[in-house]
Ligand binder design. Structure first.
Ligand SMILES: [Zn+2]
Length: 242
């Protein structure tokens, strides 16, 4: 089973992320059921054309659940453009306002849209969250950190992109997160296959290599960063999972 394989390889918890109302609801159900699991609820830029003002009310109700720790994925995707950019900006802004009102961090999906995302974040004054599956360069990574955000690297870090490696090296250790982004972007030897959380270890291994530190260092930092990001209490890395 996917979860058992992840736990066996030392993955200590999960953030299950929604992309529309239905998947957000499912993320909460799964988070309730699994140990050390939390959910993010939100409407993805791909689905922004379906976004309605009433959805904010539903998201707000969902966000009241104790396992919900973030609003996301939200953002702008000018690469795929599955929703008109105008709709994307409208849904993004509205959900940022909600996150600000709820004092919750955001999980940002950004493709080819860094200038607009930075601009809107500053306008709405949202200063807590993560750039998920980071795809920018060192300047964007440093700007994200300057605005108070974490930068999260997925399996694409293992694909040999010097740009991503430089971005990783260019930010402070306490701002780095790692993620699966399953079922996409399987790392290393698993590239092209369906990704799953157990493979996070390959991404962590690559991060350690790029930073010139041990796998254990990367595991400890990113674990502590994840706890801080989700406003969870301190937890020893050695804890056994119940
Ligand atoms: Zn995404």
């Amino acid at each position: 089973m996917v979860v058992a394989r992840a736990l066996e390889r030392g993955v200590k918890g999960f953030l299950i992320v929604g992309y529309d109302l239905e998947s957000s609801e499912r993320a909460i159900e799964l988070a309730e059921y699994l140990p050390w699991s939390y959910a993010a609820v939100g409407i993805h830029p791909h689905d922004a054309k379906e976004f309605k003002e009433e959805d904010l009310k539903v998201l707000e109700e969902m966000a009241a659940h104790e396992r919900v720790r973030a609003i996301g994925e939200i953002g702008l995707d000018y690469y795929r453009n599955y929703s008109p950019q105008e709709d994307q900006r409208r849904a993004f802004r509205a959900q940022l306002e909600l996150a600000k009102h709820l004092e919750m961090p955001v999980v940002l999906h950004v493709r080819k849209a860094f200038p607009d995302v930075f601009k809107i974040l500053q306008e709405v004054e949202v200063t807590e969250g993560v750039f998920h599956c980071f795809s920018g360069g060192i300047q964007e990574a440093q700007k994200a950190v300057e605005l108070g955000f974490y930068v999260s690297f997925a399996g694409s870090l293992t694909y040999g992109s010097r740009k991503l490696e430089k971005a990783l090296k260019g930010i402070s250790k306490d701002r780095i997160l790692l993620e699966t982004d399953a079922p996409y972007l399987a790392p290393g030897d698993y590239r092209g296959q369906r990704n799953e959380p157990a493979y996070l270890v390959e991404t962590a291994q690559k991060a350690a290599e790029v930073l010139g530190v041990t796998l254990r260092d990367v595991a400890t930092w990113t674990f502590q960063n994840a706890l801080r990001f989700l406003a969870l209490p301190e937890r020893e890395t050695e804890d056994t999972v119940e």
